[in-house]
Design a protein around this ligand. Sequence first.
Ligand code: PGA
Length: 251
Amino acid sequence: MQAQPLVIANWKMNGDRALIDQLVQTLHGQHATWQSTAVAVCPPATLLPALQVAVTATSIEIGAQTVNAAPSGAHTGELSAQLLLECGVKYVLVGHSERRQWYGCDDASAAAQVQACLAAGLTPVLCVGETQAEREQAQTVEVVTQQLQAVLKVLTAAQAQQLVIAYEPVWAIGTGLTATPAQAQAVHAEIRTVLLAKVGAAAQQMPLLYGGSVKADNAASLFAQADIDGGLIGGASLNPAEFLAICQAAG
Ligand code: PGA
């Protein structure tokens, strides 16, 4: 059995209340066309309460873009898993390359964030991916495996099974350069092999998402790959019609 398709919108530091209403109306109005897919939206944290209201009585799930691993305390500006849970959050992006590049996230903090999410009953979406230079030096599999193992090593098999993994080549994020379906599938197959070694057959049901310049016109060919179970969508998720088309392509 394969994972249920999953498509997650990552708005980054974009969007507003009006866009929440537009996106929710567009998706909800067409629910019959994507009902076999799980869909979540990760808005900026200040918009989480508005999203929570807007998605009431819809099938749209709520996600957050990061979390602080600490349960509470003197962490000015940060948000704990418990605070996110209160906003109806289900999924939390962990280790997105922008967090790794500019906001001090490393493998150790990603592992701690994953543990905090799991302890709170949230589903972590662990983001992994190589830079252009690493790909050119044929280090893609090594880099992605290292990022993955750094987190898997602190988890039991039962915990690891609850992860969602997003493979996002750094060179493809926001650049308009997408990995070809074959390039993405090759890395996803490696990720699945690592997961199989950790959790056994349950790895087949763990959603492996591709992210990096996914658009309405390339989504179907990516999602058709054996080990690509959906997508993490940045820029295209800010356009409701385009995001709807991507959700439809995943089903
Ligand atoms: P993009 O972003 O779709 O704009 O490339 C993807 C992401 O960063 O999650």
